[in-house]
Design a protein around this ligand. Sequence first.
Ligand code: COA
Length: 181
Amino acid sequence: MRVTIEASSAEAAAPDLPALSALLTDAVESGASIGFVPPLAAGEADAYWRTVVAALREGARVLLVARDAAGALVGSAQLELATRPNARHRVEVTKVMVHTKARRQGVGRALMRAAEEHARRLGRTTLVLDTRCGDHAERLYADGGWTLAGVIPKYARSANGRLDPSAFYYKLLEGDPHDSR
Ligand SMILES: CC(C)(COP(=O)(O)OP(=O)(O)OC[C@H]1O[C@@H](n2cnc3c(N)ncnc32)[C@H](O)[C@@H]1OP(=O)(O)O)[C@@H](O)C(=O)NCCC(=O)NCCS
């Protein structure tokens, strides 16, 4: 699928809120381990996206949105920018989601590439993320050059009530002049 990926400002995200809520609901209802357990309460997705908009305003987040050729929002991902003085080279890639109708067409890969490009542009050279063990996302990350740091058992509750393990990945980009490795 041909997609365009852009970083959204707080203002630009406002008209996308219904589509973003629909995207999150679709992901949660399809069983994704993405911070929520189905069924989502009324307004829960919307309330979540409002916290994202607030983080965009504070400059602590980058929201990437993927659109198809018709302009429909088909996926998103976020960069959470570490703000502590000793961590301003670090970013966490979170909430990588592609609508079930648009999956397996390269949108996830395109979002990950864009996430990396944005991190690099911001001078963020240590990238981290986590995902439920065994999910398709693991393949996406491993193929994208991410390294498995380890697995934490009983990390997040799944829709079936079970506490499932999560896999933690990292990717180091070139470019930090103070890098002592
Ligand atoms: C993970 C996710 C983002 C992948 O998005 P996508 O657009 O379908 O991914 P792509 O089409 O770019 O696929 C990239 C690779 O991931 C793997 N993959 C993705 N979906 C897969 C599936 N259903 N079965 C097997 N492999 C799969 C494959 O290796 C695939 O490459 P290939 O198509 O060349 O074989 C999507 O499945 C999703 O939104 N899942 C729910 C949310 C989630 O779990 N996010 C990750 C945790 S934050």
